[in-house]
Write a protein that binds this ligand. Structure first.
Ligand code: ATP
Length: 366
């Protein structure tokens, strides 16, 4: 059995259903991220695993032990679930130094090597020179790192982290992502991480559970979630700049399938996976900005699709272009150094296999 199993979990707060019929199975040593917009139910899910909220229905299992089941009248309280938690709103002891805040759990449990262990996590989190200070002498980001250190030092097999990097500035967030990833490999712990930041999820996780309105949308590895988004919600939520999406109607002309995006715009659907689609079907087409190639029209005067540069948005190594494509505006990303300016005519190329197609229920056709 997996390390952590949620079986058909529902959580209601009065009329609000925060989590609905959630099944999730998390293997030992994985870094699993619950990802979704504000209010989608990710913190509630984490709090149920921790034992801080009781599900309205369903069961939770940790390491082959049922820790919650309403039907079987089982509830194991947080302290007995043997897991560490770091929350967005952490509370450090104001009257203790950083050292004592970190070492507190080790001290009350009479653990050995307190000094060495505390020093080690302080080093990892770059707060070793702050050990003598008090919390009110620290910045928000430093306090957050102390809160993380305090949990890491306990060496739990399972760590629950709820937006632990949210108070840090962009540079520190980036560094801390790398540290947390290294730490995960080093500690061999199972981590459940909550964030609304898709980049954080993509860069750190072994698996991502995408949630929206209390419902699980997709549970897969980061590259799958990105390349094979199970539905329109996931396609839109993951990716920056966002995916280009168009409502369309399927047409078949002399056996050739096309997506009719507008009166003026038809996109050839040459990939075999679209062969089962019937004429007249309502579909959505998704194309990631990096799957669209643009070139000066002079390089490819006979191109099938043509457009005009609406604006150029250089962003260092990556350049973004807004391109007028008949009666649509699309976002294209290219590596820097493209010799293209506003109002230039361009050839547009889209490889058939990169086109994502969603049926009238919004589900990806594979
Ligand atoms: P955020 O990123 O903003 O923290 P979230 O995805 O973690 O959001 P939850 O905090 O799990 O979302 O909340 C899910 C839904 O449940 C929301 O509609 C929220 O208002 C509601 N909710 C959460 N906790 C409670 C509570 N204690 N009482 C009433 N409603 C609650």
């Amino acid at each position: 059995m997996a390390e952590i199993v949620l079986k058909n979990i529902t959580k209601k707060f009065g009329d609000v259903t925060a989590v609905k019929n959630l099944d999730l199975s998390i293997d030992a040593k994985e870094f699993t991220t619950l990802l979704g917009p504000s209010g989608c139910g990710k913190s509630t899910t984490l709090r149920m695993v921790a034992g801080l909220e009781r599900p309205t229905a369903g069961e939770i299992w940790i390491k082959d032990e049922c820790v919650y089941s309403k039907e079987k009248n089982i509830y194991v309280p947080p302290g007995k679930r043997k897991l560490g938690m770091v929350f967005q709103s952490y509370a450090l002891w104001p009257h203790l130094t950083v050292f004592d805040n970190i070492a507190f759990g080790l001290q009350i449990n009479n653990k050995p090597d307190i000094k060495a262990k505390t020093k080690k996590v302080a080093d990892i989190l770059a707060i070793a020179d702050l050990l003598e200070r008090y919390p009110n002498e620290l910045s928000g980001g430093q306090q957050q790192r102390v809160a993380i250190a305090r949990v890491l030092v306990m060496d739990y097999d399972i760590l629950l982290l709820d937006e632990p990097l949210s108070n840090l500035d962009a540079q520190l967030r980036m560094d801390m992502r790398a540290e947390l990833k290294r730490l995960h490999n080093e500690l061999n712990s199972t981590i459940i991480y909550v964030t609304h930041d898709q980049l954080e999820a993509l860069t750190m996780s072994s698996n991502i559970a995408v949630m929206n309105s209390g419902l699980l949308q997709q549970y897969a590895g980061p590259m799958d979630v990105y390349d094979q988004p199970a539905n329109l919600f996931t396609a839109k939520f993951i990716g920056n700049p966002p995916i280009n999406l168009f409502e369309a109607e399927l047409k078949i002309e002399t056996g050739v399938r096309k997506a009719k995006l507008s009166q003026k715009l038809e996109l050839l659907l040459a990939d075999k996976k679209f062969d089962a689609l019937e004429a007249g079907a309502e579909i959505n087409i998704g194309i990631r900005p990096e799957d669209i190639e643009i070139r000066p029209i002079a390089e490819s005067p006979d191109a099938k699709y043509k457009g005009e540069i609406y604006s150029v948005l250089p962003a260092g190594s990556e350049w973004y272009f807004k391109v007028v494509w008949e009666d649509k505006i699309i976002t294209v990303s290219e590596h820097s150094g493209m010799d293209l300016e506003q109002d230039d005519q361009v050839a547009i190329n889209i490889e058939a296999e990169t086109i994502k197609l969603f049926d009238n229920q919004g589900l990806l056709i594979k």
